[in-house]
Design a protein around this ligand. Structure first.
Ligand SMILES: Cc1ncc(COP(=O)(O)O)c(C=O)c1O
Length: 379
């Protein structure tokens, strides 16, 4: 536990709530979840199951219908044929990570990942007595681990590489053939490739390829949380290589028994054409917000080395204004009621000069936030 870090943003969030209780208006751009409600058809499907009262455990790997639907989604979205037996429904991507590292990591082995990245990754590895090997990344590689970086930093005790494209906190992709090259590089070194695809669907420029387009020998982590708008329902999935099906089944039975049943029935309603059309409308709104926020942060003097192409974050360099982004975020909240996430939540590399803005607020709310931010910077 001593090595497991807390989220700094939770401190800010707690303070934001206190300010709200005192009657202050706080604009939330710190939270990594869509502000849109869960789609109605999905809620209705969850509710219908609850009404039957038959809310029992499902099979540990998930409802067979849901596993089949997810496998079909790979055919529709990526042109990949996937055996549903390789799909494990989990409590969010978080559960998928636990399962993936639990079945593949031995104590002492290292997983390579980018700094900055999603902070829980390191802690999932620690739970299985593995070690994280952070590699500093910057705009030169779109904040991603490329085949060259992987080859350069690979060590004798490296077990594998975790890549998230689009990335949290930068929203950048490892595009074109570079993604495929990174996978080939890991395999040529004898490692496991873990692909966090939780922001797939929320892509505004270019295309996010699934690791399954390149190889069957990959672990793919995904979730209904972000694109599908179901954060609190806690349902995600893991795709495992054939050789790991039995191990995943055994470990899932032990650590989860099953994923919440009503959430699985709700998730089943996600893939209808009507719901996918609703999600597309939301994606277009996120794109509009991305463009609005990106342009306006640049105008204010923030540096954004790579225009984010996906997710719902802008990772902005605030070194023109401060060399302590945590203090900057704290003061911005106190003085102007705008909540953002300091870079140190995502790693160490140049963390004190970065802030993550989440565009999980409407354009109107963000326009107010930008006015407040401008006033703050002029003080
Ligand atoms: C990159 C990334 N991976 C995984 C997760 C975990 O998501 P969940 O467990 O809600 O599916 C998050 C949540 O913010 C994330 O940003």
């Amino acid at each position: 536990m001593q090595g497991i870090s807390a989220f700094y943003v939770m401190e800010l969030l707690q303070r934001a709530k206190e300010l709200e209780r005192e009657g202050r208006d706080v604009i939330h751009m710190e939270i990594g979840e869509p502000d849109f409600p869960t789609p109605k058809a999905v809620i209705d499907a969850g509710r219908a199951l609850l009404r039957t009262g038959d809310v029992k455990y499902t099979a540990a790997a998930g409802l067979p219908e849901l596993r089949a639907c997810i496998a079909r989604h790979y055919q529709d979205a990526y042109g990949v044929t996937l055996d549903p037996r390789r799909v494990f429904v989990t409590p969010g991507a978080s559960g998928a990570f636990l399962l993936a590292f639990g079945i593949s990591l031995n104590p002492g082995e290292q997983v390579m990942m980018a700094d900055p990245c999603y902070p829980c990754n390191d802690n999932f590895v620690r739970l299985f007595n593995g070690h994280t090997h952070f590699v500093d990344v910057d705009a030169g590689s779109a904040y991603q681990l490329t085949a060259e970086l992987i080859a350069k930093h690979w060590r004798s005790d490296s077990k594998g590489v975790l890549l998230a494209s689009p990335s949290n906190p930068t929203g950048t992709l490892l595009g074109g053939n570079d993604f495929n090259r990174a996978i080939e590089q890991v395999h040529s070194l004898g490692g496991c490739f873990y692909s966090d695809e939780i922001y797939h669907g929320l892509v505004y420029d270019g295309r996010a390829a699934s690791a399954l387009e390149s190889s069957d020998d990959v672990f793919v982590i995904n979730s209904f949380s972000k694109y599908f708008g179901m954060t609190g329902w806690r349902v995600g999935w893991l795709v495992v290589p054939d050789d790991f099906i039995e191990a995943a089944e055994k470990l899932a039975q032990n650590i989860f028994i099953s994923t919440p049943t009503h959430s699985q029935y709700a998730a089943l309603a996600s893939f209808t054409p009507e719901n996918m059309a609703e999600l597309e409308r939301r994606r277009l709104e996120f794109k509009e917000r991305r463009d609005f926020l990106y342009e306006n942060l640049l105008k204010l003097g923030f540096k954004i080395a790579c225009k984010p192409e996906g997710a719902f974050y802008v990772y902005a360099d605030c070194s023109a204004f401060t060399d302590d982004s945590f203090e900057f975020a704290r003061q911005l909240l106190e003085q102007e009621g705008v909540a953002v996430t300091p870079g140190r939540d995502f790693g160490h590399y140049l963390a004190d000069r970065h802030i993550r803005f989440a565009y999980t607020a409407s354009v109107d709310r963000m326009a107010s936030a930008l006015k407040r931010l401008e006033r703050f910077l002029c003080r």
